[in-house]
Design a protein around this ligand. Structure first.
Ligand code: ATP
Length: 319
């Protein structure tokens, strides 16, 4: 192996730049050439390549987003586009590819594997919905962004004695809502993994008022329903003053936390090591502090476990 490519795909996540930096520098350290592919699989089809040197990744470790840019490229599902992408890779003399992204991106990487392109995946998504790794790159930053937003909303909630319903990202998973809800002391956390009952949430709100609570924060994961509808229903049932805040893309941007930068640095470097060892069709993750390499097939078979114990704890602490 002499030359490798690197791309970011799917939704951007803070820490992707640190992962790109690690891939480029670790590869150059081992004497490999590195080519960056812009805009994920779309750039692979279009042949949007850029040679990467040590300096190409200077001054990016602290920046959110991805300098290689990213895209959702549904056209990559078509066989012709895949063949074009493979031709472009071969023309460039690229022997292997590191794909930084989520589950969909790994499916794309796996497809490239079926054409004989060696690929390794690095989990980068704020949703933390990828199994075989404790965290994906960007999750910690998103959780910190949401926790910071809860702190700010809480000031107004207390001053005006209101109920705030805050909607957070996570697609079909409730990991961001749970972690930020626990860290931010939310009264209730609505996630797709656990069925909820609005009457019970109202009872909890009313109990809180009775014991002198000045405000309540309810987090709703986007996969569990609409905060607007939840807010409307709670207002009707309790007659309490209720406001809704949808955090949206504020959660995804900003400088990555030290944790995400370290995770990205370790996984980016591990991806290069994995390729150098002749392993491919795999994802690198971090479990209990150690790098773990898992086949894409296994990653696709498994489902990320939802930490029920933490959910129970959050419920008890918000009694
Ligand atoms: P995020 O978690 O941020 O959404 P993701 O990697 O899961 O990240 P997707 O939009 O699902 O994001 O996938 C990214 C890209 O991967 C798609 O736009 C497409 O180009 C490619 N891809 C997804 N699924 C497949 C598939 N089954 N076969 C080939 N390519 C795929």
């Amino acid at each position: 192996m002499r030359k490798i490519g690197v791309l970011t795909s799917g939704g951007d996540s803070p820490g992707m730049n640190a992962a790109i930096r690690a891939v480029v520098r670790k590869a150059i350290f081992h004497g490999l050439e590195v080519v960056g592919v812009r805009r994920g699989f779309a750039g692979l089809i279009a042949g949007d390549f850029m040679p990467m040197q040590l300096g190409s990744v200077a001054d990016i470790i602290h920046r959110g987003g991805t300098v290689l840019r990213t895209a959702r490229a549904p056209e990559f599902l078509a066989r012709e586009s895949q063949e074009k992408a493979v031709r472009n890779l071969r023309d460039q003399g690229i022997d292997a590819l590191v794909v930084i992204g989520g589950d969909g991106s790994f499916r794309g990487a796996s497809v490239l594997g079926s054409y004989g392109i060696h690929t390794v995946g690095v989990p980068g998504t704020i949703d933390n919905d990828i199994p075989c790794t404790d965290n994906s790159i960007g999750f910690d930053t998103a959780v910190n962004n949401v926790t910071d937003a809860i702190n700010k909303v809480r000031d107004t909630a207390t001053s005006h004695e209101r109920v705030y319903v805050i909607e957070v990202m996570g697609r079909n998973s409730g990991h961001i809502a749970l972690a930020a809800g626990l860290a931010g002391g939310a009264e209730s956390i609505l996630v797709p993994e656990v069925p909820y009952n609005l009457n019970e949430i109202c009872e909890r709100l009313e109990r809180g008022v009775k014991r002198g609570k000045l405000h309540s924060i309810i987090l709703v994961a986007e996969g569990a329903g609409s905060a607007l509808e939840v807010g409307e229903a709670l207002k009707k049932k309790t007659n309490m003053e209720t406001r809704v805040t949808i955090l949206g893309h504020l959660q995804r941007g900003g400088t990555p936390t030290a944790y995400d930068r370290m995770l990205a640095s370790r996984l980016g470097a591990a991806a290069v090591d994995t390729l150098l060892e002749g392993c491919y069709g795999k994802m690198v993750g971090l479990e209990s502090g150690k790098v773990k390499v898992t086949s894409f097939d296994e990653v696709f078979r498994q489902k990320k476990e939802f930490p029920e114990d933490l959910y129970k704890l959050a419920t008890i602490l918000a009694i």
